[in-house]
Ligand binder design. Sequence first.
Ligand code: SF4
Ligand code: SF4
Length: 369
Amino acid sequence: MNSCYLMMTNRCNMNCSYCYEREFFKDNLKDISEETAKRAVDFLVENHKPGVKARPNEDINICYFGGEPTLNWEVLKKNIAYCRSIEAEKKIKFGLYLLTNAKDLPQPEEEFFRVLRDHSVKMQVSLDGCKEAHDSTRGHFDAIVKNTRKITEALNRHIIVRMTVTPANVRHAFRSFRAMADLSCTVNMVPIVEEEWTEELIEVAKGEFKKIMNYYQKLSRMKPVRFNIAENCVNPAFRHCQVGSSMVSITVDGIVYPCHRFQFHAEPEKNWKMGDIFNGIERYPNFNGIFAKCYSCETNICHPCPSAFILKNGGRAPEYYCRWNREIEGCVRTQALEVRRYNENEVLTRKIDLMLEGLGEIQKCVKEQ
Ligand code: SF4
Ligand code: SF4
């Protein structure tokens, strides 16, 4: 076990129209306690196999999730500090991630930024694109962009913006990409599985992605731009999530599910509960059948989601979803390859420049002696 969504609270300060949590949590608006959050970390450490890494420099990833996790800031900041405090003794390196809507930052802001900076917490902000696209379902675009800018400046590094591409907002995909790339954020665009992608909508998506790729190509010659679809397209690797095996989620009460979304399925306790952090894991779900056709699929940009496939299509990838991935990949591939080639040449040129500079310095020293 090396990856976890740790739920800090069931409360949220927004009211998004498509939120699947709102109805579910309305009678259980609860925060995780300091003790449960700490126990969750210990549980992850106890269940971690030495040497198995979540990422090259991270043994265990924890993504602080909710509701809106920053609403439980007092517990969150203590938990972050706790993780870092046990790293040396446990010989574990944590990757700490905070997924926030960034509508309101914890106060005082200086302390919030200091904790994130001092403990190297990586940030992901949920923003559904340009103002028109975002405000149509979520609201508070201006406040979120203002806070996202503050975070980027205070941390002096990229933050990730995740945009769910839906039939309702796909017409704004290009403008949304531009807005997010101009904020110097890493842009992660993910198509929704639960809503049908008709031929007509896929054509609209292709038109938008052509414009995105033209802009991305020009922009990448001026500054580093990170865009998941273009990068994954030229980097063949099967990216299904490790849900229910190396990845789990832990609720505010310490119950372990395969991922945060499974607690919203029908009869979650009966069907999807894996155990709890106090008594351990009782069973592991088996999702192998769900990925059967994915193992031989040649699409690189897809990140198949078992939870959505189970909810929407009896555990199989809906055909319209696969078509979306295939068509969009076909549409972005040529330019994605060109950008990669350009970036590789740039790196090579910079290396040669540095070597020549070094040789010049050596020559200078030799002459002076
Ligand atoms: S496009 Fe379809 S078959 Fe291919 S990886 Fe994605 S979900 Fe699986
Ligand atoms: S099952 Fe879906 S929602 Fe859950 S972690 Fe995997 S990709 Fe994400």
